[in-house]
Write a protein that binds this ligand. Structure first.
Ligand code: FES
Length: 120
């Protein structure tokens, strides 16, 4: 089985994802890339002019965190929420409540350039 970093569907650095304005502030947006039968799922969080990317796979069961919408943040916007079984993560991806407490989301490097979000 391929590791996350070996997933052929994962976009290389330098791929444009969206404009900053397309992500709610604060909020998140999912991205999906396919290469034949392989899928790469990632999401980007925005807080003002700061963007942070993660692989969209919960360390508990590997499910995407917000499979039906882009609601990655809790209502108070202080944590990332996994819809699967309710795990809560700090905004830097550390699980602090739930079945994967002590584990972390996998970073997906992204950057902001001229009002657009790119893979880094
Ligand atoms: S899959 Fe995320 S908490 Fe279970």
């Amino acid at each position: 089985m391929l590791g996350v970093s070996e997933n052929p569907a994962r976009p290389a650095a330098g791929v444009r994802l969206c404009t900053l304005a397309e992500i709610a502030d604060p909020g998140g947006k999912s991205f999906r890339f396919r290469a034949e039968a392989k899928l790469f799922a990632g999401f980007v969080l925005r807080r003002g002019d700061t963007v942070t990317g993660f692989v969209d796979s919960c360390p508990h069961a590997g499910w995407p965190l917000a499979p039906f919408d882009d609601r990655y943040l809790t209502r108070d916007q202080r944590h990332i929420l996994c819809a699967g079984h309710g795990a809560l993560f700090t905004l830097d991806g550390q699980c602090v409540v739930g079945p994967c407490e002590g584990e972390a989301l996998t970073p997906w490097p992204v950057e902001l350039r001229g009002g657009e979000v790119w893979t880094a």
